[in-house]
Design a protein around this ligand. Structure first.
Ligand SMILES: NC(=O)c1ccc[n+]([C@@H]2O[C@H](COP(=O)([O-])OP(=O)(O)OC[C@H]3O[C@@H](n4cnc5c(N)ncnc54)[C@H](OP(=O)(O)O)[C@@H]3O)[C@@H](O)[C@H]2O)c1
Length: 269
């Protein structure tokens, strides 16, 4: 049986493209379904060989199904297709807004969670893997192997998922915000440096710093220490960041935790 993707919006399409593009899956073995035709047809045009099907057919043709719809729409999918979902299915949700135990009470399938990241567009970054209580050893290794084609899969507990997702899945947005703030501040202080030049400086330094950390194994502390000679200019800048930034990040994390708590979708069929 084949692999299905319900929902071909931003994340569903990205996963289909990356998994097929990386040769983790053959297009002929992938079935996609979407509420409306527009995004589904566009994806099918872009990925030759990709099959499309109505929801019920997708569950009949696939034993592994990724649910890539927004959290409240999971309820609609289960209401429409719940009767086609059996213990033969491995059902994978990609959101923290539903709990696996809730889903397990609603459907007989084996349940797992994959929290992807936009960085998987370029076959990089971390995908978080969380396994429900019914997952077999085979499910665990098969899902890990699949995601390893486009990411570094990290297996975590569901209770760790919110903060881990802030780092890996929201991370590209949070870090882009930091880069943008740095570029804007530099532009305000030195208006005769054109924005594209400032942005290139920030981007290339970011890419190089990430490579330096990743390829040499240097710690964050080490890099900070190596660049900031005591009493020097960098050290003065670091003092300002120390004073203001850590509390900002902590406030950001506490906000996402509180927000998610309020947004949980309860699954009851
Ligand atoms: N964006 C990220 O970086 C990111 C990262 C990790 C996880 N996620 C999670 O991924 C999930 C999807 O997010 P997204 O950004 O991909 O949303 P999106 O772009 O709005 O895509 C959702 C897709 O689901 C389709 N859909 C809705 N109800 C459906 C149904 N009953 N049957 C079939 N298809 C249905 C929609 O169809 P239409 O075309 O008709 O609207 C749409 O194409 C969310 O839970 C989000 O939390 C997102």
């Amino acid at each position: 049986l084949d692999v299905g993707f319900v929902g071909t919006g931003s994340m569903g399409s990205m996963l289909v493209r990356s998994l097929i593009g990386s040769r983790a899956l053959r297009a002929e073995r992938v079935v996609a379904s979407n509420r409306s035709a527009g995004r589904l047809n566009r994806l099918a045009e872009e990925v030759p060989g990709l099959r499309t099907a109505p929801l019920a057919d997708l569950f009949c043709q696939c034993d592994t199904v990724f649910l890539c719809v927004k959290p409240p729409d999971i309820l609609t999918v289960l209401a429409d297709a719940g009767r086609y979902i059996s213990e033969a299915h491995l059902l994978i949700v990609i959101t923290n807004s539903v709990d696996l135990a809730d889903l397990e009470a609603a459907v007989p399938a084996r349940l797992a969670k994959v929290i992807p990241s936009l960085t998987q567009t370029v076959g990089a970054g971390i995908a978080l893997l969380i396994f429900g209580s019914r997952c077999t050893e085979h499910d665990r290794s098969a899902l890990h192997r699949l995601l390893a084609h486009i990411s570094r899969p990290f297996i975590i507990d569901e209770s760790q998922a919110r903060i881990a997702s802030d780092l890996t899945s929201c991370g590209p947005a949070f870090l882009s915000h930091v880069y943008r703030a740095l570029a804007r501040a530099a532009g305000r202080c030195q208006p005769d440096l054109p924005p594209p030049v400032v942005e290139a400086m920030v981007l290339q330094t970011t890419v190089a710093t990430a490579r330096l950390l990743d390829e040499t194994g240097l710690s964050f502390d080490h890099v900070i220490e190596k660049v900031s000679t005591p009493g020097g200019i960098t050290a003065e800048g670091i003092k300002v960041l120390d004073q203001h930034l850590e509390s900002v990040w902590e406030e950001m994390i506490r906000t996402t935790v509180a927000k998610e708590h309020g947004k949980k979708v309860r699954v009851k069929l």
